[in-house]
Design a protein. Sequence first.
Length: 349
Amino acid sequence: VMQFLSGVLGVKDWKVTYEKPHICALKGSSVTIPCSYQYPRGHRVNETFWTNERETNKEPEDLKKNSEYHNRVTYLGDVFENCTFRIENVGERDSATYWFRFVTDKVGGKWIGEPGVTLSVTVSPSGEILEGSSVTLTCNNKANPPVYRYTWFKNGAEISQSGSQKNYYTITNIRSEDSGKYRCVARNTHGTGTSELYSVDHYPYSPKNTLVSISPSGDILEGSSVTLTCNSKANPPVDTYTWFKNGAEISQRGSWQDYDIINITSEDTGRYYCNASNRYGTGTSTLYTVDVQYSPKNTSVSVSPPGDIVEGSSVTLTCNSKANPPVDTYIWFKNGAEISRRESCNSFW
Ligand SMILES: *[C@@H]1O[C@H](CO)[C@@H](O)[C@H](O)[C@H]1NC(C)=O
Ligand SMILES: *[C@@H]1O[C@H](CO)[C@@H](O)[C@H](O)[C@H]1NC(C)=O
Ligand SMILES: *[C@@H]1O[C@H](CO)[C@@H](O)[C@H](O)[C@H]1NC(C)=O
Ligand SMILES: *[C@@H]1O[C@H](CO)[C@@H](O)[C@H](O)[C@H]1NC(C)=O
Ligand SMILES: *[C@@H]1O[C@H](CO)[C@@H](O)[C@H](O)[C@H]1NC(C)=O
């Protein structure tokens, strides 16, 4: 009844209306705080601003004059009835209560709108987004009549099957494939509203898919040169590589992605692996076996039993040799003439 009378008499109360008393925003997003205000007829508004200070006996500070805010805040309202306010790139420090303050040209014409708007800035999850964590994107909007359907898009393609009643979209177990630009479209009976793009991007993860490759491929012949390369996916990129041979660190080569073996010898045969690290962790590759092939070498003949050979006794001559792959044929010579050819048998008796 009072309101009706006020309306009839053209008298308005001092009033600030915050459409959304509580606003929850994701870190890094922009927040628009819808607001309207009124004051008695005959007043002219001289000054409008937003503040997050409320102390008695102290003039509230205009956020526009606060160095933490002045680049990020915009008064979208006017000097009549709209006091909408916007804060860009919100951070956890912006979680606070915000009040609209206006001053008119009449003595005592000052008003601050209670109870203010509380803004809570959430990070989902808290800290940096790590591989495997969950991220929730929220579609913030005001709509009247209310939104009946939200549609979510990633890089322009719809990802919410046939729309959703939910104003949030959760990416569980986030992987690098989930990087992209997301937006939501909210629809009510009057039309649609499209959100700004939100980038899920470049979140860090520790090295994964770490493996050793070799070049050139194929058989490794003694005297040739090969390069082992430690491949890994990581964000930020791997900053330290450590190489191991047969379990021991081969450190003298430093932390290079490539491990070069020049003029390879049989000594270089072994099982190699690498550790790839960034500041989020270490990835260990599987073992890579370097098998150096070489022709028979250090070939010698030994006699058994050793010692003087007595006429009428038996002796066995053995041909000793190192080779990879193993020797397959032994050929015996006497006084320069071939006397025997045996496969896989290195003894002659
Ligand atoms: C107040 O201003 C904002 C920004 O210009 C606008 O989006 C909004 O519709 C206005 N509100 C009203 C009730 O006119
Ligand atoms: C409001 O603005 C007018 C004109 O700019 C000025 O004369 C007047 O003193 C102001 N009133 C207050 C209360 O600041
Ligand atoms: C490779 O190593 C062998 C044995 O140590 C040596 O005789 C040869 O000169 C080396 N070749 C090159 C190209 O370094
Ligand atoms: C190599 O990485 C594994 C974890 O993947 C770790 O346990 C090991 O200590 C690392 N080795 C070195 C020498 O850093
Ligand atoms: C050749 O054999 C001798 C005697 O067994 C050994 O001392 C030497 O290290 C071997 N050389 C090579 C290259 O294997």
